[in-house]
Design a protein around this ligand. Structure first.
Ligand SMILES: Nc1ncnc2c1ncn2[C@@H]1O[C@H](COP(=O)(O)OP(=O)(O)OP(=O)(O)O)[C@@H](O)[C@H]1O
Length: 311
């Protein structure tokens, strides 16, 4: 079997006494977009900084395209592009001056700098701004330039740290499309704490919580964790709350107003169907029922609870 693009083995890091990440293991083989999801302080940036050679790990190994980062960091870095949370832009340079400078930093051969800059500008849709100073570009276009510098040396693996942070909704959609485009011929790791971001963009997910990997799988597998566990029901002729609470499978009921109720359930049975059935037989006049997905916080809580039980 060919080498994985990335292999992370027993990776642990502590800044002082406490472990920021502990015994993280994974491999990335596929092209496409992998979401690294986790709440604030979970350990995403620590993991990515180690993978990109910005931080030396306390324990464990990182291999990029089969190259051990500790043994040959320069060769490993040739295969990686990185867009940190705050793009390293020199705003007094034009787009092409800046990208040529990045290509040089990335050890692109002098003869190939021109074609590398043209390739990255074309891929990121910024060719028409090639002569524009970076400081005169919008936030969305500055982010495109940030992505262009990450692919200037045509790496196999690109890491993007919260790439849509601070952008307006249109710019977010455009940057997501661009990320999908650059992921057609390489692996992209995208870090975020926004669930909708990974759902809109990613093929696979790895989730870190409290420094541990608590989930690794496809988007479909992850969605199984986002099972509905509550629904809102509107009853024109509602009974007392206690009657609703006694419907089998219901764990809790909250009155939203005199006719609407949020109903929680904790079984796999079809509690909504049972509520519809009870409503018809007891004359509660159900007019609406809408299932709610559990929030990301709940998914985090469930997955990190799982990791603690397994460790
Ligand atoms: N330079 C540092 N010195 C000491 N502790 C740190 C340092 N950087 C991060 N930490 C701690 O390590 C843990 C993991 O932080 P990290 O920044 O990797 O998380 P994150 O998932 O990227 O969070 P965020 O989304 O907020 O950036 C946290 O407890 C954090 O406080």
């Amino acid at each position: 079997m060919e080498n994985p693009v990335v292999k992370v083995e027993h990776l642990s890091h502590r800044y002082s006494v406490q472990w920021a990440i502990r015994d993280i293991n994974f491999e990335i083989y596929e092209k496409g977009i992998l979401g690294l999801l986790g709440s604030n302080g979970a350990g995403k940036s620590t993991t990515m900084n180690i993978m990109c050679g910005v931080l030396n790990q306390t324990e464990g190994e990182v291999y990029i395209n089969g190259i051990n980062f500790r043994e040959d960091p320069i060769a490993a870095k040739m295969n990686i592009g990185f867009l940190p949370q705050k793009p390293p832009l020199y705003t007094d340079l034009t787009v092409e001056e800046y990208l040529a400078y990045c290509a040089d930093l990335r050890s692109v051969a002098p003869k190939k700098i021109r074609s590398s800059v043209d390739y990255a500008m074309e891929k990121c849709g910024i060719t028409h701004f090639r002569k524009r100073l970076l400081k005169h570009l919008s936030g969305g276009y500055q982010q495109r330039v940030g992505i262009a510098q990450a692919i200037i040396h045509n790496p196999k693996f690109v890491v993007l740290d919260e790439p849509t942070n601070g952008l307006d909704p249109n710019q977010i959609l455009e940057i997501r499309e661009l990320i999908k485009e650059i992921a057609t011929d390489r692996s992209v790791l995208l870090s975020t704490h926004i669930l909708s971001e990974v759902q809109a963009t990613c093929d696979h997910i790895k989730m870190i919580e409290e420094g541990q990997l608590v989930f690794a799988g496809t988007m479909d597998e992850f969605n199984n964790y986002i099972q509905p566990n509550s629904f809102v029901v509107v009853l024109k002729n509602p009974p007392r709350m206690t009657e609703l609470e006694h419907v089998p499978g219901v764990s809790r009921v909250e009155a939203i107003n005199s006719k609407s109720f949020r109903v929680w359930f904790d079984t796999d049975d079809d509690v909504t169907a049972r509520m519809v059935h009870e409503s018809v037989s007891r004359g509660w006049e159900l007019s609406e029922v809408s299932v709610e997905r559990s929030s990301l916080d709940e998914v985090f809580a469930r997955l990190s609870g799982k990791s603690k039980r397994e460790s």
